[in-house]
Design a protein. Structure first.
Lengths: 115, 243
């Protein structure tokens, strides 16, 4: 089944893309999707905290925050859209994402900066 | 009733929503929570548009590090209370707008009194715990809430109509830990201007509001998109969860 994922704010820089379509096995849930998307320790650290989803991360399945559904166990179906973004205007996650990119040396390409 | 001077002053927008729309703006009472970067664009455009009454609430004084984005203030305002400085600036923009400066910390104890009798609540805060207080008061008193937030190159905005749309808690159920975040002033201007435009559209009854839509600004790539959002029926602020 095909799922559309859209990244916003600094997660566009972190995942280095704005949108992606993923083909998942029927019966997959949000945990399966995020495990697939977070294919490095850097990405996992921004999404998970000790195996649990970071509580203030915004993950919307067809416009509904998954905190109101079944969290990581929220089921996915063909044609679903998943929006993923960190808090804007009052959160610490942004800074850590930026710091991480800077530390990894990828900030110049990720943020389009010039020397 | 609009004076001749009013008719001339607002002529370019009266062409859009008529004298009746201008009267509505003149009679409107707008509450703005926060007197920082967002408030600059929001309050300047609302005062210029002829809103009758603005109440601006903030506890802070003007700091040098505010001046890259908080366009209501100048070097001469350093150390002074923000709401009072905002009032002076806005009175010079439009003396017909009554501006009430309130130097207070918005809290659970005072929020309902602060917004009572206002037609609109504008969220110009920099933290989620206070946004949730505005959200609850908006729901309790059936007042529309115009949300905006900015950070780094990014911003978001949505319009909450109690009983009709998703509220802030539906969309953002959990507050992130507090932090001081980087920001470029012009992005405050973009999101604050969108909030002011939403307020003007709501009051004059024109156009389509950001109802159940979360507008996302990507200033780095100069794009704006909308995310469809849904009400949470069990929401603790606007749904069955509050009973």
């Amino acid at each position: 089944m095909k799922i559309k994922i859209k990244f916003f704010a600094t997660f566009r820089e972190l995942f280095q893309e704005e949108e992606r379509e993923i083909d998942l096995q029927s019966g997959s849930n949000m945990r399966d999707l995020l495990n697939l998307l977070c294919d490095s320790s850097k990405l996992r650290e921004q999404v998970f905290d000790d195996g649990k989803l970071r509580p203030y991360l915004n993950i919307l399945k067809n416009g509904q925050n998954i905190h109101h559904l079944k969290g990581l166990e929220t089921g996915l179906e063909e044609g679903d859209t998943v929006d993923i973004f960190p808090p804007i205007g009052g959160g610490g996650l942004f800074f850590s994402v930026f710091s991480l990119l800077r530390l990894s040396g990828s900030s110049k390409s990720a943020f389009g900066l010039r020397n | 009733m609009l004076s001749e001077r009013d008719a001339e002053r607002y002529e370019r927008q009266i062409r859009i929503f008529g004298k009746e729309g201008q009267e509505k703006l003149k009679n409107a009472r707008v509450f703005i929570g926060g007197a920082g970067g967002l408030c600059g664009a929001i309050s300047l455009y609302l005062a210029a548009a002829g809103i009758g009454r603005l109440r601006i609430v903030d506890r802070d004084t003007v700091q040098l590090s505010n001046l890259n984005r908080q366009i209501l203030y100048t070097d001469g305002d350093l150390g002074k209370g923000k709401p009072g400085c905002a009032r002076e600036r806005l009175k010079s923009v439009n003396p017909n707008t009554e501006v009430e400066a309130v130097t207070e910390t918005i809290s659970e104890q005072n929020i309902n009194d602060l917004v009572a009798s206002f037609d609109v609540i504008v969220d110009a805060m920099d933290n989620f715990p206070t946004r949730y207080l505005l959200n609850r008061a908006a729901q309790a008193q059936n007042i529309p809430l115009f949300h905006g937030a900015v950070e780094r190159f990014y911003g978001q905005a949505t319009t909450v109509i109690p009983g009709k749309t998703a509220c802030l808690r539906c969309i953002f159920p959990t507050a992130p830990p507090p932090s001081s975040f980087p920001i470029i002033g012009s992005f405050c201007g973009i999101i604050g201007s969108i909030q002011a435009a939403e307020v003007i559209k709501y009051i004059t009854g024109i156009g389509k509001l950001l109802e159940n839509k979360l507008l996302m600004l990507d200033g780095l790539n100069s794009t704006i998109e909308q995310i469809d959002v849904q009400k949470n029926r069990m929401c603790e602020d606007c749904g069955k969860g509050r009973y």
